[in-house]
Write a protein that binds this ligand. Structure first.
Ligand SMILES: Cc1cc2nc3c(=O)[nH]c(=O)nc-3n(C[C@H](O)[C@H](O)[C@H](O)COP(=O)(O)OP(=O)(O)OC[C@H]3O[C@@H](n4cnc5c(N)ncnc54)[C@H](O)[C@@H]3O)c2cc1C
Length: 480
């Protein structure tokens, strides 16, 4: 019998697990995928937003500012890559300038520090690669970029260190409310819990419907991205947003990532379901034009990757952070459209407050682990690297040449509290395959190391989700 079961381990579920792990409670997380951070959390802008976009007075507005502040503390304590840099919204005509003025007014109402309008000359002085057609814009000095999957993994790992049980590859199929507990049927058997937290992202309405819950419905707003080689990163110094007048869309962005790449995207279009994650040539062409309109110097021969994400939006305008009106002790943390990543740590704190309000007793643990450190060979000077190799000779073997990732780092990632079981799960922990060759060189080596460390056949290691096979069978048997 768990006190609390969390359904879904994206950034919201992981943050909720982390917060709950402060207390003397039995907490479990049920995640359908074979890894955490496999949903919207891995496919987004990775921007910690300043908060000028949110309608003043909404939950979203309050939780975004609070989340931004908490992320600063959490990322420092948990060794997550996060870098603060200003956001600029740039306008190219008068209607867009009117929108900029509205965003500045809204930002002030939302207490966004230092937000102000900028004349075109100052924008071009700060960002010489922006199109000279720019007529003005705004600056919000307090925004940031983060490694979103690392943030989620860090919160989930630390929750596990503090006693939370993470059940991966465990899809919730049905939930039955009994007299004083829930019975949760999953692809890996049944669980029981006194409280449920629904953090199922794009599947939240389906999970809510399992207890007969109604009142909100997912709408699937997709967005595509280009990832450029590091050669392009120096083109911009800030997060450059186009000025969008489309409701719910913050604009196409050209911005550096924490990994040192340039990213451009997203666009915004409706799809029929949560699995429609393909990119489409025609739409990518439109996105390319939008990017070049803003920053003409971007070299599209330097693309190394493309991806698509689906915002976990609902038919409600605000985040849904409440006990279900249809079922006591069932708390929805749903509808996490952008900026859900930014708001997640604040959403989690609010979720715990709601659980306490519906009767969950919170007694703080005497000992709560709130720090985490990782070996990052590439960030060390030569003396540091030599010391590391002396300690563990596996660091003397660089597996990913683009990103300078050693066998020691890969092996270390396999022995952390949430075990990676796919090639991409190792990528999310160590950055292998993130470089220009996109794993063309290191992929087979990571595959072999992972199989060796897990003690399984390489045939059982997928690229990412279960079933995404890399090897389908042997073509040559020994002695044949
Ligand atoms: C294009 C795009 C751009 C964005 N840009 C930003 C940005 O710059 N800044 C920002 O703050 N936010 C941004 N966001 C929003 C942000 O990505 C989301 O708010 C956040 O990732 C939502 O996290 P989540 O945990 O709610 O959902 P998810 O990350 O999707 O996690 C939900 C999890 O639940 C699991 N699950 C679902 N059903 C079940 C089940 N039945 N049983 C067990 N597990 C289940 C899923 O497998 C998944 O792992 C963007 C989103 C998109 C798509």
């Amino acid at each position: 019998m768990y006190d609390v079961l969390i359904v879904g381990c994206g950034i919201v579920g992981a943050a909720a697990a982390y917060e709950l792990s402060r207390y003397r409670l039995e907490v479990g997380v049920l995640e359908a995928n074979n890894d955490v951070a496999g949903g919207a959390t891995k496919a987004n802008n990775a921007i910690l937003h300043a908060g000028y976009d949110s309608t003043p007075g909404t939950r979203e507005a309050a939780l975004t500012r609070e989340g931004f502040r908490l992320s600063r503390e959490q990322c420092a304590a948990l060794d997550v890559e996060r870098r603060e840099l200003p956001a600029l919204v740039v306008a190219f005509d008068e209607p867009q300038m009117r929108k900029v003025e509205q965003l500045v007014r809204q930002g002030r109402l939302n207490d966004v520090p230092g937000i102000r309008q900028l004349p075109a000359e100052e924008i071009l002085r700060r960002e010489p690669n922006i199109s000279p057609r720019v007529v003005g814009g705004l600056i919000a000095p307090e925004a940031a970029i983060v490694n979103p999957w690392e943030y989620c993994i860090a919160l989930a790992e630390t929750a596990v260190r503090n006693g939370v049980h993470a059940h991966l590859s465990t899809e919730v199929l049905a939930i039955e409310k009994r007299r004083d507990a829930f019975r949760v049927s999953t692809s890996r058997g049944d669980f029981e819990a006194r409280y449920i937290v629904n953090a199922a992202g794009n599947y939240s309405d389906r999970v809510h419907a399992m207890i007969g819950g109604t009142g909100f419905r997912q709408v699937y707003n997709a967005g595509q991205y280009f990832v450029f080689d590091k050669s392009q990163c120096g083109l911009v110094n800030s997060l450059i947003f186009s000025c969008s007048v489309k409701p719910g869309f913050k604009g196409t962005t050209v911005f550096p990532s924490v990994h040192g790449n340039l990213l451009a995207g997203p666009d915004f279009y409706r799809v029929a379901g949560p699995e429609e994650l393909g990119t489409a040539a025609g739409r990518m062409e439109e996105l390319k034009r939008a990017v070049l309109d803003m920053v003409p110097a971007v070299d599209f021969r330097e693309i190394i990757h493309e991806f698509c994400g689906i915002r976990p939006s609902t038919d409600k305008d605000d985040f849904i952070v409440e006990e279900s009106p249809c079922c006591p002790k069932f708390v929805n943390l749903a509808g996490m459209k952008s900026p859900g990543l930014t708001a997640a740590p604040a959403i989690a704190k609010k979720g715990v407050e709601i659980l306490a309000g519906c009767g969950l007793k919170l007694t703080a643990k005497n000992r709560f682990v709130d720090t985490r450190r990782k070996v990052k060979f590439r960030e060390l000077d030569n003396a540091g690297r030599r010391g590391l190799v002396r300690e563990n000779p596996l660091h003397g073997r660089v597996i990913c040449r683009c990103e300078t990732i050693t066998e020691g780092e890969i092996v270390e990632s396999v022995h952390r509290p949430i075990v990676p079981r796919s090639i991409d799960a190792v990528k999310r922990r160590c950055n292998t395959g993130m470089g220009r060759c996109q794993g063309g060189f290191c992929g087979p080596r990571v595959h072999a190391i992972l199989a060796r460390e897990l003690g399984v056949s390489p045939l059982d290691i997928p690229l990412d989700r279960e079933g995404s096979l890399v090897l389908t069978g042997r073509t040559k048997e020994a002695g044949a």
